[in-house]
Design a protein around this ligand. Sequence first.
Ligand code: SAM
Length: 324
Amino acid sequence: MTSTTKIHLHSQKTAKPFLKWAGGKSQLLTQINHFLPQQLINGKIKKYIEPFMGGGAVFFHIANNYQVREFYISDVNKELVIAYKTIQGYVNDLIELLNNFEQEYLSLNENKRKEYFYQVRTQFNFHRDKLDYHKFNSQWLARTAQIIFLNKTCFNGLFRVNSQGEFNVPVGKYKNPKICDIQNLQAVSRILQNVEIRHQDFSKWEDLIDSQTFIYLDPPYRPLTKTANFTAYSQQIFNDDEQIRLRDFFQRADQKGAFLMLSNSDPKNHNLDDDFFEVAYQGYHIERVKASRLINRDYLNRKTINELLIMNYENLEFRMKNLE
Ligand SMILES: C[S@@+](CC[C@H](N)C(=O)[O-])C[C@H]1O[C@@H](n2cnc3c(N)ncnc32)[C@H](O)[C@@H]1O
C-alpha cells in the first residue's frame, strides 16, 4: 500500500484550525456560539463571510455545524492564503511533504532538532520575496508544509513576523509535536471545497453582502498604547483609523440587512474610561464575554478578562433564557 492510499483510509467529520494563530478564537467558541444569530441556526442564512480569517476557528465551527450555502473567507496575510488554497486543492501532496518533515524531525535529538528548525526557518524567509503568490505552483506546497512545520514546532506555536516580514519565532520544546495531522488536514480540505478564499482587504466583500448574509469580523486587537505593536500578523498595524474604517464597513453592511458580529479585546480591561467601542458602535448591541487570556506575564496575576462581541442583532433565545 502506498502512502497515498493509506492517507485515504483516514477520515474525520469535523475540521479545526490547522495553524495556531495570534488572536485565535478557539477558546471563545462557546461564548460566540451563544450569540450567533437565530437566522443562522434556523437555516435562513445563505452566505457566510469571514474577512479576517486567521486560523479560522469560527469559520470551521460554523462550517462544521450549520447549513450555509456559500462560504467566503479572506485575509491580508498572503502566506496564510496560499496555505488555505494549497489544502483546498492539493491536500494529499501536502500530507506527503508533512509526513517527511514529521519523520525526520522526530528522529532527531534536541540539538539536531534545533538545527533542523532553524534551517527550515531560514529557507522559509529566504524564499519569501521570490514566490509567485498569485498562481498555484509547486512552491506553494513546500511553503505550506514549512509554515505548518514551523507553527507546530516553534515556541508557543504561533506565526509571527518582524517588521521586515520575516518569521522570527524561536524553536519550541514540544517533545512529540503532531506535525502531520492527516485526519484534520483532510477534514479541512473537504470543508474548503465549497469555499471561496481570497487575499484581500476586509472591505472588498461589499458587493456580495445581502440580507441573507452573516459576517463575522475578528480584526487584530486594538493596540493598548500608541506604541504597542503586538498585532504584527502581517506587518500592518490595525490602529484606530483602521478600526473606524471597519466600523464604516460594519454600518454599510448593516444597511444592506446583513447580520454582523465583531469581536475585539475590551479596552476597559486596562482603562475603565476607554469608551472607544461604545462610541464607535453606538446603537449596536455590545456584550462582554469572559476570555481566559493572559494579560500579564506574571503567572500569579493571571485573570480572566473581557472580550467584546458587537452585534447588529439581538439573540432572542439568549434574551428569553435570561428573562426566565
Ligand atoms: C485576530 S486575527 C483573526 C483570528 C481568527 N479569528 C482565528 O480564530 O484564528 C486577525 C487577522 O486579520 C488579518 N488582517 C489584518 N488586517 C487586515 C485587513 N485590512 N483586511 C483583512 N485581514 C486583515 C490578520 O492577518 C489576521 O490574520
